[in-house]
Write a protein that binds this ligand. Structure first.
Ligand code: SF4
Length: 143
């Protein structure tokens, strides 16, 4: 199963902010730290703000900060929020699969998808920045 690029970036942004230690980097700085285009980072930041996981302050001295909910957010919940609840295969596209109405494989894949998310549910953003990841993130943010 392959995650959307925006899902991974959302988690990277949360992890970057989890080690900010009171600093409030801008979206542009976070994008540069993570080596991603600004426009992509800005879309992800807007969605994370909408989910209540980060706060953005505008103007001079403004920037991004993780909320309490962001620090304790479940990795599984973030992945679900960005991936949506669509099937891992397209059974009902422009040309629907002929097995669509009675497919055991579809149910098996759905259960596998749920198991994947469930395995990420107990992990938090704070867990993800324990060593060795946190020190690496700090090094990146000081470049
Ligand atoms: S075989 Fe089953 S899982 Fe695969 S596309 Fe068809 S309905 Fe979906």
């Amino acid at each position: 199963m392959r995650l959307l690029r925006s899902t991974d970036l959302a988690l990277r942004v949360l992890m970057r902010l989890a080690v900010a230690d009171g600093a409030t980097p801008t979206t542009r700085e976070v994008a540069e730290d993570m080596d991603v285009p600004y426009t992509h980072a800005a879309k992800v930041v807007a969605e994370l703000q909408h989910l209540g996981l980060l706060a953005a302050r505008r103007g001079r001295g403004g920037g991004l900060a993780l909320t309490e909910a962001g620090l304790s957010a479940s990795v599984g919940a973030v992945v679900r929020a960005f991936e949506g609840d669509g099937d891992v295969v397209e059974c009902e596209g422009a040309v629907p699969c002929p097995l669509n109405s009675a497919c055991r494989l579809r149910g098996a894949l759905k259960r596998a998808q749920e198991a994947f998310y469930a395995s990420l549910d107990p992990l938090t953003v704070a867990d993800m920045v324990a060593a060795p990841t946190g020190p690496v993130l700090l090094g990146i943010s000081r470049r």
